[in-house]
Design a protein around this ligand. Structure first.
Ligand SMILES: NC(=O)c1ccc[n+]([C@@H]2O[C@H](COP(=O)([O-])OP(=O)(O)OC[C@H]3O[C@@H](n4cnc5c(N)ncnc54)[C@H](OP(=O)(O)O)[C@@H]3O)[C@@H](O)[C@H]2O)c1
Length: 248
């Protein structure tokens, strides 16, 4: 018996890194999972890796018609949704003085607009207004990081949205929580740091109270906790899975 037997989950950005690790654990624990991402080849590879109880739906969360397409498929194939992990997101480095309009829109269109409509458009699918929504924040949303202000602001926005959403959802049994990872090496880091990756990781290890960076599986463990009945009275929090860096 799995913790999520018979449950239906959507994991946006489920083709890589944290989303893929969470999708894998949901499937291992008995859930049926819909994963999304923009790149077809990565989507196909992730579906193959998960092996069973998975549907891949290509789409960009910043495009409302792609979200409609996603939820149409969930409605058609399963008729409802129990868990939404609104995880898709991106970030890039640009210091103040070099921030461009394109950089701003690229980040906010996906991380903020995309997350808002991923959540809003999912609501009619929760049966009897019951379910768990987890959105991916970041320790960057509550700390200063050089050249990462736009990304940090987008994640701070996500955290703030959830404070009001739990009031908008009063009277339902839909819980919404933010899961904020710290430093977790995923494919996103190759693009973000390039040749500076090793130096960044060394510096991170020295700063993090636990003395190491995290693994995608450790973030997934926290996601599954927030998705499960074990967290049934937890609503609106920001849970940090970060080795302690946000607490010092
Ligand atoms: N890794 C960390 O240390 C860390 C720390 C804090 C927060 N986070 C957050 O964790 C989440 C996952 O990041 P990750 O590190 O696992 O990165 P990743 O390995 O690059 O995965 C990102 C996923 O999101 C998808 N994605 C990106 N933009 C999308 C869009 N517009 N529409 C649909 N899917 C999109 C990607 O697929 P496509 O590119 O094919 O679309 C991919 O599946 C992000 O929200 C990130 O900000 C990560």
């Amino acid at each position: 018996m799995g913790r999520f037997d018979g449950k239906v989950a959507v994991v946006t950005g489920g083709t890589s890194g944290i989303g893929l690790a969470a999708a894998q654990q949901f499937v291992q624990e008995g859930a049926y999972v819909f994963i999304t991402g923009r790149r077809q080849a990565e989507l196909d590879a992730a579906v193959k890796q998960l092996g069973k109880n998975v549907t891949g739906v290509r789409g960009d969360i910043s495009k409302l018609e792609d979200l409609d397409h996603l939820y149409d498929i969930v409605q058609r194939e399963k008729g409802h949704l129990d868990i939404l992990f609104a995880n898709a997101g991106l970030g890039s480095l640009l210091p103040l003085g070099e921030i461009s309009e394109e950089h701003y829109y690229k980040t906010f269109d996906v991380n903020v607009k995309g997350t808002i409509f991923t959540v809003q458009k999912a609501l009619p699918l929760f049966p009897n207004k019951k379910g768990s929504i987890i959105v991916t924040g970041s320790t960057a949303g509550s700390s200063g990081i050089p050249a990462f202000s736009i990304y940090g602001a987008s994640k701070a926005a996500i955290r703030q949205l959830v404070r009001s959403w739990i009031l908008d959802l009063k009277g339902t049994e839909i819980r919404v929580n933010v899961l904020s990872p710290g430093t977790v090496v995923t494919p996103a880091y190759d693009e973000l740091f390039g040749a500076n990756l090793e130096a960044f990781l060394e510096q991170s290890k020295n700063e993090i109270p636990l003395g190491r960076v995290g693994k995608a599986e450790e973030i997934a463990n926290a996601v599954l906790y927030l998705a499960s009945n074990e967290s049934s009275y937890i609503n609106g929090i920001e849970l940090f899975a970060d080795g302690g860096i946000a607490q010092i």
